[in-house]
Design a binder for this molecule. Structure first.
Ligand SMILES: Nc1ncnc2c1ncn2[C@@H]1O[C@H](COP(=O)(O)OP(=O)(O)OP(=O)(O)O)[C@@H](O)[C@H]1O
Length: 205
């Protein structure tokens, strides 16, 4: 067995990462942007690994850590990713190191991760358990309306997102899911306050 990567447990305990998940269109980006605007020094996003080549303007270590397939699979062997997946022939993953880097800077790492990744993080053999939050749309009908008015996707992509949303919401409500809290994004201001309370606590309001 290859050795597993070392973990800075202290930094991760003091600045416990937060996994936010929820269907595409639930409002994760909208709410996180607001949170980062309100607390500019408190949070960070980890830099993911990928085996795809860099695009124009992308810098290694900034948009992604660009690695070879061999380097990627070595790190998988060492349990060095909290979650990883393959899309379109390329590997993508969030390394323990990338998450630690944020905690070591004294910031809380926010991980916006889809369902399969959430399961991997929750079942990771060595990575300390982060906090899990699920953001839900009020209903699939309302989600559909929002995806259409966002106008970033073609019809086929919208249908795919809706099918996936159904699966994710069933999982989140199943009792198998690791989420500490499910927040329903009906009224945006209210949902934002709830997310803010969950993440920052009520004390500093
Ligand atoms: N409470 C709300 N009421 C009405 N519209 C909302 C609300 N929250 C978000 N929206 C709108 O819904 C759309 C989807 O939100 P957003 O892009 O933040 O979702 P997301 O979860 O980040 O999706 P993805 O995972 O695809 O990035 C956006 O157009 C956003 O402005």
């Amino acid at each position: 067995m290859p050795p597993t990567v070392q973990i800075d447990e202290k930094a991760l305990r003091e600045h416990k990462p937060i996994v936010i998940s929820g269907p595409s269109g639930a409002g994760k980006s909208t709410i996180l942007k607001r949170l980062f605007d309100e607390f500019p020094d408190m949070f960070g996003f980890s830099v993911s690994h990928t085996t795809r080549g860099p695009r124009a303007g992308e810098q290694d270590g900034r948009e992604y850590n660009f690695v070879t397939k061999e380097q990627f699979l070595d790190l998988v062997e060492q349990k060095g990713f909290i979650e990883h997946a393959q899309f379109g022939g390329n590997h993508y993953g969030t390394s323990i190191k990338a998450v630690e880097d944020i905690a070591e800077k004294g910031r809380i790492c926010i991980l916006d991760i889809e369902m399969e990744g959430v399961k991997q993080v929750a079942n990771h053999p060595t990575f300390p358990r982060p906090r899990f939050l699920f953001l839900s749309p009020p209903s699939l009908q309302i989600l559909e309306k929002r995806l259409r008015s966002r106008a970033t996707d073609k019809e086929e992509a919208i249908q795919k997102r809706l099918n996936q949303a159904k699966v994710e919401m069933e999982f989140a409500n199943s009792g198998e899911a690791p989420h500490e809290k499910i927040i329903v994004n009906d009224d945006l201001d209210k949902a934002y306050q709830e997310v803010r309370d969950f993440i920052v606590g009520k004390n500093d309001a």
